[in-house]
Design a protein around this ligand. Structure first.
Ligand code: PHE
Length: 508
């Protein structure tokens, strides 16, 4: 995407008629018809049949650089009406209007003048009349030589009518008079350019001046036909500044997801991708979230109409039922009450990605593993600066013999350090499915921000699934992290498709 050059000097040093651009050819051809003539811009526009002055100016410039034309510039001073002058020309000079009032009034006095003219005119008006010899006498304005006043005022009006004009053509005294008054006339310098053809210009044969069809856009058609072989390409100046082309790029959220992925992959984790339509059983019961937990209510969880209910193997609902009601064989006392397998089967949109890691563990209870996911979850949240009903979690588990709390904290610290946030702390927290439970906080702009939860799965979670090694688990908000990385105050900015903002985001 380069700008086309029109008579640009850098490429024109080695000048011959061959490299003339079309407008230059046309202009020179026209100028050959009248040698020794000073061509004005108007004449060139007219003869070349151009409307755009810039085309004529460009061609004149190019031809001058090539030595075929000479440019002459003449500066002219012009006296023309300024704002007040245009006003006076339309409505009459103030002294002319006052004089008319004076001439028509039988007893011209101050009160009358002030009632006829506004204050901003009455004041200076009296001054003007005074300088024309009009005096106060016995409370009335009188003029000793009304004829002389009339003719002076007429001369002034005629002067304004004669503008614009060159200063030499104007009467000097009158010009000085108007220059001394504010806003009536002004002097401007205009530069007119004329071109004349040089001997070299005259010498160019008419053949060299026929306009050629030159190619500025290289199209598929041109390249497919053989026409490009003989085509005359317009030159481009690759040194000129040009607009940066807008290219496609990843959405900052997608870029961030890729970044998170690559960090976990680098740390030896495998990625887990799973559905977001799930059962309450896997989303909650398997995680020992009591069936009367408030988060299960409609105001927090999106339950589905279709599928309203999904099948679950009886051995699972039985096992969860035993754990929930009395702790099963784990030594726990459970939550008490009675467990409902029907509640387990309810379809919902997953509220956390722990629903997927727990199923991975259920399918692979014995093999040590490191698994992560970056995926979408749903909660019935009111949208505000820091909440969205649909967001992403960075989920992960480590299951292996000897896994412990220290290892969990180190893993999370390592992750955030790789993300560029070396200051991380953990605080005690509570989740029904982990013991101990942690909150993870990251320091940002001097403040600690909570980014997620973590812990070690409780026996109530692991034992019914046949898991015997400790499982470290965490779930962290991706959008929260995005707010830090992109420096946002409002989480909604991520999803409003503000193109200007998107284009200006740093490449992560
Ligand atoms: N699932 C929890 C949440 O959504 C986070 C978490 C995951 C906590 C794993 C502990 C263990 O906030």
């Amino acid at each position: 995407m380069f700008h086309r050059i029109e008579g640009h000097e850098s490429l024109r040093s080695d000048m011959d008629a061959d490299s003339l651009l079309n407008p230059e050819r046309r202009m020179l051809r026209i100028m050959q018809t009248k040698v020794k003539h000073q061509w004005t811009l108007e004449e060139i526009l007219d003869e070349c049949n151009w409307k755009d002055q810039a085309v004529a100016a460009g061609a004149g410039h190019g031809l001058t650089n090539a030595g075929f034309v000479k440019t002459a510039e003449t500066s002219l001073e012009i006296i023309r009406l300024a704002d007040e002058g245009r006003n006076a020309k339309e409505n009459g000079l103030l002294e002319a209007r006052l004089w008319k009032w004076f001439s028509e009034s039988s007893a011209p006095n101050m009160g009358d003048l002030q009632s006829q003219f506004e204050r901003h005119e009455a004041g200076p008006g009296i001054g003007l009349l005074k300088r024309l010899g009009v005096q106060m006498n016995g409370g009335f304005f009188v003029s000793e030589d009304p004829k002389a006043v009339s003719s002076e005022i007429q001369a002034r009006s005629a002067f304004l009518e004669s503008l614009p004009a060159a200063p030499e053509s104007l009467e000097n005294g009158m010009l000085e008079h108007f220059k001394s008054r504010r806003g009536l006339v002004e002097s401007v310098i205009t530069t007119t350019r004329t071109w004349s053809i040089t001997k070299q210009g005259e010498a160019i044969g008419s053949e060299a001046l026929t306009e050629k069809q030159s190619v500025s856009d290289i199209t598929t058609e041109l390249l497919q036909s053989d026409a490009w072989k003989d085509a005359d390409f317009r030159p481009f100046d690759v040194t000129l500044e040009s607009a940066t082309p807008r290219t496609g790029r990843s959405h900052p959220m997608q870029a961030l997801i890729e970044r998170v992925r690559s960090i976990f992959l680098e740390m030896g984790f495998s990625e887990l991708v799973d559905d977001y339509v799930q059962t309450a059983g896997w989303n909650m019961d398997a995680l020992f979230i009591p069936q009367d937990h408030p988060a299960r209510e409609m105001q927090d969880t999106f339950y589905l109409e279709n599928p309203q209910s999904m099948d679950l193997p009886k051995h699972l609902t039985d096992a969860w039922g035993a754990i929930h009601e009395h702790g099963g064989d784990t030594g726990s006392v459970g939550w008490g009450g009675s467990f409902s397998a029907e509640t387990s089967k309810k379809g919902l949109l997953r509220t956390h990605t722990t629903v997927n890691t727990i199923q991975y563990l259920a399918a692979n209870p014995k093999e040590a593993c490191r698994v992560f996911s970056v995926d979408r979850v749903f909660r019935k949240e009111a949208i505000d600066r820091t909440h969205l009903p649909e967001f992403h979690q960075i989920e992960g588990i480590i299951m292996e013999e000897g896994a412990n709390l220290q290892m969990l904290v180190t893993t999370l610290k390592t992750f955030y350090a790789k993300m560029g946030y070396p200051e991380v702390r953990v605080r005690p927290a509570y989740f029904p499915y982990t013991e101990p439970s942690l909150e993870i906080e990251v320091k940002w702009r001097g403040k600690w921000l909570e980014l997620g939860g973590a812990g070690i799965f409780r026996p109530e979670v692991t034992e019914p699934l046949g898991i015997s090694s400790p499982v470290l688990a965490w779930g962290m908000g991706l959008e929260r992290l995005a707010m830090l990385v992109l420096g946002l105050d409002d989480i909604r900015q991520l999803y409003i498709s503000d193109l200007e903002w998107l284009r200006n985001q740093p490449i992560l």
